[in-house]
Write a protein that binds this ligand. Structure first.
Ligand code: AHR
Length: 554
């Protein structure tokens, strides 16, 4: 039996519409249909500020992610800015990408940042962590890292987008001094150190001021097979005397896999063995959760339990959402464990890997390891996940979708001069206006969906989402998971009135709909104005949809 840990060790509305509401608040379409659902936004119950970083991304040096996906090279015929794919940069600006994690993932604990600085032609080639899982036809750069993209190029990529870099340090195979020197290379003032001079010689005299640093990755597995106690000791050591150069660093500790509560608890117990002051070292604890098991309880086996990205039935649609919906319990559960140690709630959750993970076979570029074809299902899944984070703004400080391009829950697929925005990419555009907003408690009431699960009746919630307000702009996002029925929801705002409203949504009559290099616009945002009748709003959420309602308030 193989689980994820073993696997990694081996390296290897079409009909959306506006419906007018009557004075009583009951909606009808020309008198034919009553609202079946209700969304109540409670302006007097703010939950906290939605950290923009919840809308973060993850880029690992893994197969086609970096080389081909992001980096095309300065001399490439593909449009680029200093070697970085231009179309990607342009769309990431549009979605206001706030933070990007790099260089891994498992790759991070095998990476020596010193290989990726200095003159490009002198940089060494190294065996990539993922090399042994690459197909024979894979480009050499996927197996043997040319180090063309190092710290300078990655930070430049972030700056071009307007995102913060989040670097993951190697705890498994480099000493703590290498981590300290990476911080020094990035952040020491111009002219101050030999490493600052090396940075300046590469064209970057000003410090990068990298704030977010991961101390290892999945230290329970590919990041060193540590026990929580062993990792806690390493964390203390790696985080002791890191130079700050006037800016506080936000250190993220390697956290649990899904519901491994014991990792969170035992790690904190051990860190705090030296005293309560040790908590100050930790900005966040990383939580990873992938929705992968579509076996409907038949197996826990990592390979056999996976489903297909493209070939699936309605039951697989619901099962994937069910697996992803576990995120809410993971956030509240790990938060409770944190609360046992951190009464002031200073330490936050950083969900720095999340998304669906299918079996191989749907790659847009055959041979790209861990690449899969995102469909409408994955956009709906992603909307549901971001809504969960929005509902817990005091707990989740950052989240990073795994991964940005050519891997797992990609926002983009690219190969040579081909580039396409996936339904997940469009979803991030739809949700961008939540960033930095004040989250409001919002009550969704809707009939559950019922479906057949191997001869047994199973159910899933009928409509859920989140709401946030910025100045006079309210954003309500919602998922209708029902594959065959639309939901008609009456929207009531407790404590505010609406001036104008519109609805943007992703949906398709085919739940498998996806965008390819050849057909790029199969799943794209559609827009409908929403009109008001005497202060009431009613919106129809098509089957299998995710929507963003933008309401301008009086
Ligand atoms: O995202 C792919 C891999 O999944 C990452 O390298 C690792 O951290 C996780 O197990």
């Amino acid at each position: 039996m193989i689980n994820r840990r073993d696997f990694l060790e081996q390296g290897a509305m079409g009909a959306a519409g506006l419906l007018l509401a009557s004075k009583t608040g009951l909606a009808s379409t020309a008198g034919s249909r009553l609202a079946d659902s209700r969304i109540e936004v409670l302006f007097d119950e703010p939950l906290g500020t939605v950290s923009p970083n919840i809308y973060g991304h993850f880029v690992e040096n893994l197969s086609g992610v970096l080389y081909d996906g992001i980096w095309v090279g300065e001399n490439s015929p593909v449009a680029n800015i200093a070697g970085l794919r231009k179309s990607l940069i342009e769309h990431m600006r549009k979605i206001k990408a706030p933070v990007i994690r790099f260089p891994g993932g498992c790759f991070a604990d095998s990476y020596d940042w010193r290989d990726g600085i200095g003159a490009a032609e002198k940089r060494p080639r190294r065996t990539n962590f993922w090399a042994m899982g690459e197909s024979e036809k894979a480009p050499a750069s996927h197996r043997y890292d040319p180090n063309a993209v190092g710290t300078n190029e990655f930070v430049h990529f972030c700056k071009l987008i307007g995102a913060e870099p989040y670097l993951a340090a190697n705890v498994r195979s480099l000493p703590a001094s290498a981590f300290q020197q990476w911080v020094e290379y990035c952040n020491s003032p111009a002219g101050s150190t030999t490493l600052a001079d090396a940075r300046a010689a590469a064209g970057y005299p000003d410090p990068f001021r990298v704030k977010y640093w991961g101390v290892g990755n999945e230290s329970w597995g590919c990041g060193g097979e540590f026990t929580p106690q062993e990792y806690a000791a390493e964390f203390r050591r790696y985080s002791t005397w890191l130079p700050t150069y006037g800016d506080n660093l936000s250190l993220i500790a390697s956290g649990p896999n899904t519901d491994e509560w014991s990792w969170t608890r035992e790690f904190l117990e051990e860190v705090l063995r030296k005293g309560p002051g040790e908590l100050r070292r930790i900005y966040g604890i990383a939580l990873h959760h992938y929705a992968w098991n579509l076996s409907r309880g038949k197996t826990q086996e990592w390979v056999a339990g996976k489903g297909d990205a493209l070939k699936f039935d309605a039951v697989d649609w619901y099962e994937l959402l069910r697996e992803g919906d576990r995120m809410e319990g993971l956030v509240t559960g790990h938060w409770q464990v944190l609360a046992e140690f951190d009464h002031q709630h200073r330490v936050k959750l950083v969900v720095d890997e999340w998304g669906p993970w299918y079996r191989p076979g749907s790659e847009a570029t055959p041979g790209d390891q861990l690449e899969q074809m995102p469909t409408l299902r994955d956009a709906v899944f992603s909307g549901m996940t971001l809504d969960i984070f929005n509902r817990h703004p005091e707990k989740v400080a950052m989240a990073n979708c795994a991964q940005l391009i050519n891997c797992l829950n990609s926002l983009y697929l690219a190969h040579e001069d081909k580039f396409v925005i996936t339904p997940v990419g469009h979803l991030f555009e739809l949700y961008a206006s939540h960033q930095g907003g004040r989250a409001l408690r919002t009550v969704f009431s809707s009939p559950n969906v019922h479906y057949d699960r191997d001869g047994q009746s199973a159910s899933f919630w009928g409509l859920r989402g989140s709401a946030s307000v910025r100045d006079k702009n309210l954003t309500i996002t919602a998922v209708n998971p029902n594959t065959s029925e639309s939901r008609l929801a009456e929207i009531s705002l407790r404590g505010a009135a609406v001036k104008e409203a519109s609805m943007h949504f992703l949906s398709n009559a085919d739940i498998h709909a996806h965008n390819t290099f050849e057909q790029r616009d199969v799943v794209v945002p559609q827009t409908k104005p929403l009109s008001l009748s005497e202060g009431f709003l009613v919106a129809e959420f098509p089957p299998a949809s995710v929507a963003a309602l933008t309401l301008q308030l009086n």
